[in-house]
Design a protein around this ligand. Sequence first.
Ligand SMILES: C[S@@+](CC[C@H](N)C(=O)[O-])C[C@H]1O[C@@H](n2cnc3c(N)ncnc32)[C@H](O)[C@@H]1O
Length: 276
Amino acid sequence: MITHRDFELVRAVAFEQAAIVLERGKEYLVEARLTPLALREGFPTLSSFLSALRCQPSPGLLHSKIAESLTTNETSFFRDGHPFEALRRSILPELIAKRRAQRRLTIWSGACSTGQEPFSIAITIREYFPELADWRIDILATDYSPSVLRHAEDGRYNRIEVSRGLPPGLREKYFVEQGDEWQIAPEIRSMVEFKQLNLIGSWPALPSFDLIFLRNVMIYFDVKTKRSILDRIRPFLRRDGYLFLGSSETTLNIAPHWSAVTHDATVVYKLIPTPE
Ligand SMILES: C[S@@+](CC[C@H](N)C(=O)[O-])C[C@H]1O[C@@H](n2cnc3c(N)ncnc32)[C@H](O)[C@@H]1O
């Protein structure tokens, strides 16, 4: 069993590196996630690994590997269904009407995990909006974890992954079966650029986005971090753009400047106009 002192060390590392709040009582999770890391790093036990960590300058590579091991990467294609329905039925049609002159859409999936979210957006665009074939569509997909990004960049999914949320018709059309896996089609893969980005770190230069997806990541953060990220993304969302959060997430009572708007069964967020 992990000692109280070791657990507090891990808690501090997860918070400093990625803003992940590990509540007390999650000792079992820390042990389950970090023991394999300790062994991979050549330590016989988790406690010897953490003793060695105490002697290392922070932040270092081991600190980020610890935080990465503690991320939850649960995702699926078209997760929750209704946000993608709203995207298809009302949000994209509205944005397309407004962007006819520029013929360009720019989208950010800010905690993309293994890629199902940005690929679901790309598939929605290709499947339901053939008129966008000659538009410039840029989907930036970012995550803290290099290992989920490698999976996403590969665009290869096993049977369980493609059976979750992906209608068989779309799987047949936009994936190629290769042995036990399904490879995303090049036309979808090429719409998405993957990059590592820590939401609490320094950000590279970013464009203005029409849509920002920040789904099922802020649940791991405290209110101060949520507020700071919601403030930080404001300059990057166009005035008429939309923010998608996870079903259990909201801006309400956390950050001003945002208003909730309901589209079909989905709540999305817009910036409240500020006087020029
Ligand atoms: C539960 S997944 C959500 C994936 C997808 N957005 C969805 O809704 O299905 C949360 C993702 O957030 C990422 N994450 C956690 N902390 C982060 C941080 N500080 N910066 C960027 N990504 C982070 C994790 O690596 C993980 O892939």
